[in-house]
Ligand binder design. Structure first.
Ligand code: NAD
Length: 648
């Protein structure tokens, strides 16, 4: 292997790309005739296996008159006897090109024929094994598997047709993808590792981790299948370019000695080899973990295999416990580069863990719910309202994430449900506990801030709060909202302008506020009808004016579940003193806002996080004559303010 040096962590490298031409896409089989002709050939021997007769049929049709003969007897581990049978067919039909459609076994047969005849190969892979982009050929004869690397074995052209992978059963897809992941992982700590191969390896790992949970739910998902096949190409390129290590050697030993299935063995063994090597290459394992989106790479691979139903123990695949010692000795006797020196005791422990299906770190498993989350989110795929679908699937993801992040217990879940139930039960026409909950959690303010950010030139908005009542009494300019209630009289003189500074005539302005004791009318059942709320219309100058009383700070209703939550969490229930406004005019964006009394209490700890600096205004103390001549004994307050509203 060029550039081979056991210098992990060093940045010197030699890199040479293999010259295989790649054609990728759905329906890419249509390119097969052109690709054969491009190689100067016209008589094709088509290689396949019976399970792939549909794919073989598609290749046959696409080849048309270029097809000279077929051989569908490709077998696992490329037995030389099978190669000799195929060689006879090849010679009989005088083929000048090999086209193979299938997994690593069929590709292996094409390679075995190519090294014997030097014929060009066009490979259409149907699994994720990656053999099609490597110059490596493994063959078996008399029960012995030998491997060689030869330029003649490297296929000239690979046509990746995503459609051909749709029929690959889910269990086979899973294992084949982990076979690919193993190429990528071992490439990262190969002595020939280099930045180009590193990026391919990490890219392949991420693609596989993201696509597999989707495939398990929907094997026909074209996007996920495309990602897996791209990962197979990338990982295969890693395998064909840099040397592999302990993992591939161990799987080779296990496959050879016990005839364990190829891709399944790779799957069950990979997390344990990663754990064995991890202490020698912690930085590389951190990069793998990042690509997987987990904190511990070997556990992450193990958990992913487990959650999508892949094999996590070699015992499941037919290995006996008594085989561990001899297999460990064979693995240590072979020579290959690997970051942590293989020692019999260590490899025995590795195999023991792989045999038992132990989680590599030994830590308790945090169950992976990503499959469940995906399923629930996907259940809304057919929702006709696109925005609604987006909101509900995002909510599902965040809720699941919250539960997982906090490992919410069943008792906590019950408490949460009980809390929400009580929140609903206390709601009626005059009590909106859910709005209150949203307010004290700051959600109402977040929604409000987002809305306001879109209209930054206009008067800032503020939360609606739980005490707005539809259809307040209509009042003329100068009316008294307080209707004789005690409190410091307040004259409000306000203008509604547009963004050009022009008055907005005919705007509807709803005003509501609490009384001197901090209560809204809806909280006082003995009151007869609405008080301290009214609806005004701006005049031609965009003006409205009214009498009321100076608002005071007040606690939000804290006799319900939200109040209990505030007590339990050590928070106070107080709101800073304010008056509410809702301004609507045809063609204008509705403004819901509040004006806060400068110098009032709780401005810096308003329990619903509603205070915005631009909304804190002077309610100026006055004595003597009032603007409309109303007699007032003692102090009264003057509130003047110009609202600016924007067009729709
Ligand atoms: P495989 O080719 O043996 O296929 C497994 C089974 O799945 C077969 O029965 C096959 O007919 C069927 N199959 C394949 N694709 C299908 C599809 N799309 N739909 C339905 N059925 C499908 O399995 P594999 O894991 O791809 O290849 C394993 C062989 O490849 C081993 O011999 C291994 O040593 C070799 N390999 C070699 C290299 C290399 O670089 N030389 C790399 C990887 C694997």
């Amino acid at each position: 292997m060029p550039g081979s040096r056991h210098t992990w962590g060093m940045t010197t490298f030699t890199y040479m790309a293999n010259p295989t031409r790649v054609v990728f896409g759905t329906g890419a089989v249509a390119a097969v005739s052109d690709e054969v002709l491009r190689l100067g050939a016209s008589r094709v021997l088509l290689l396949s296996t019976p399970p792939l007769d549909t794919a073989a049929g598609a290749v046959r049709r696409a080849l048309g008159p270029l097809l000279a003969a077929e051989f569908d007897g490709a077998a696992m581990h490329t037995p030389v006897g099978v190669t000799e049978q195929a060689l006879r067919v090849l010679r009989d039909c005088n083929a000048d090109c090999l086209v193979a459609v299938g997994g690593g076994s069929t590709t292996g047969l094409a390679k075995a024929l190519a090294v014997r005849t030097d014929l060009p190969q066009v490979i259409l892979p149907t699994t994720y094994a990656g053999s099609e982009v490597t110059p490596v050929l493994g063959e078996t004869s008399d029960g012995r598997k030998t491997t060689r690397s030869s330029p003649a074995a490297l296929p000239e052209t690979v046509i990746y047709d995503v459609d051909f992978t749709l029929s690959l059963p889910v269990d086979m897809s899973v294992c084949s993808a982990f076979n690919a992941m193993a190429h990528a992982v071992e490439a990262l700590y190969s002595p020939q590792a280099n930045p180009a191969i590193d990026s391919m390896a990490l890219g392949a790992i991420s693609l596989i981790a993201a696509a597999l949970p989707v495939i398990v739910i929907d094997p026909g998902d074209i996007a996920a299948r495309t990602n897996l096949l791209q990962a197979a190409w990338l990982a295969g390129t890693c395998l064909g370019t840099v040397g592999m290590g302990l993992h591939h050697k161990l799987c080779h030993v296990l496959g050879g000695a016990l005839d364990l299935p190829h891709a399944q063995t790779h799957t069950a063994v990979l997390p344990h080899v990663m754990a064995y090597n991890a202490e020698a290459v912690p930085d590389i394992m951190a990069r793998v973990a990042a690509a997987l989106g987990v904190s511990h790479a070997p556990d992450g691979v193990f958990d992913l295999i487990k959650v999508i139903g892949g094999p996590v123990s070699v015992q499941q695949l037919g290995m006996a416990e008594k085989d561990i010692a001899s297999l460990a000795r064979q693995a240590v006797a072979a020579s290959y580069p690997t970051p942590r020196e293989p020692r019999v005791a260590g490899i025995e422990e590795l195999l023991w863990n792989a045999w038992r299906g132990n989680r590599p770190s030994g830590d308790r498993e945090v169950p992976d719910v990503s499959l469940l989350t995906y399923q629930v989110a996907a259940s809304f795929d057919d929702a006709p309202d696109v925005r609604g679908r987006r909101l509900v699937t995002s909510l599902v993801r965040h809720l699941h994430g919250f539960v997982v992040e906090n490992e919410v217990t069943q008792a906590e879940w019950h408490r949460g449900i009980d809390f929400l139930t009580r929140t609903g039960q206390i709601c009626d026409a005059g009590r909106q506990e859910f709005v209150l909950l949203s307010d004290v959690l700051g959600v109402s303010s977040v929604v409000d801030v987002l809305a306001n950010a879109r209209t930054s030139e206009t008067t800032p908005s503020a939360v609606l709060g739980p005490f707005y009542v539809e259809g307040p009494p209509v009042m003329p300019c100068g009316a008294d909202l307080a209707a004789g209630l005690p409190g410091i009289p307040m004259w409000a003189d306000m203008i509604v302008n547009d963004l050009d500074g022009q008055p907005v005539a005919g705007a509807t302005v709803d005003v509501w506020q609490s009384n001197e004791d901090g209560y809204y009318d809806v909280q006082l059942p003995d009151l007869d009808g609405p008080v301290l709320r009214g609806r005004f219309t701006t005049d031609d100058e965009g003006r409205l004016a009214f009498w009321s009383i100076l608002p005071s700070e007040y606690p939000i209703p804290d006799d319900g579940p939200v109040g209990q939550m505030l007590v339990a969490t050590g928070r106070h229930p107080w709101r800073a003193p304010h008056v509410h406004f809702m301004i609507s005019a045809p063609g204008y964006r509705r403004l819901i806002t509040q004006l806060f009394v400068a110098g009032g209490r709780y401005l810096d700890s308003d329990t619903v996080f509603g205070v915005k600096q631009d909304l804190v205004v002077d309610f100026v103390p006055r004595h003597g004559a009032t603007p409309d001549g109303r007699p007032v004994n003692g102090e009264w307050r003057l509130l003047t303010f110009t609202f600016v509203i924007g067009k729709d």
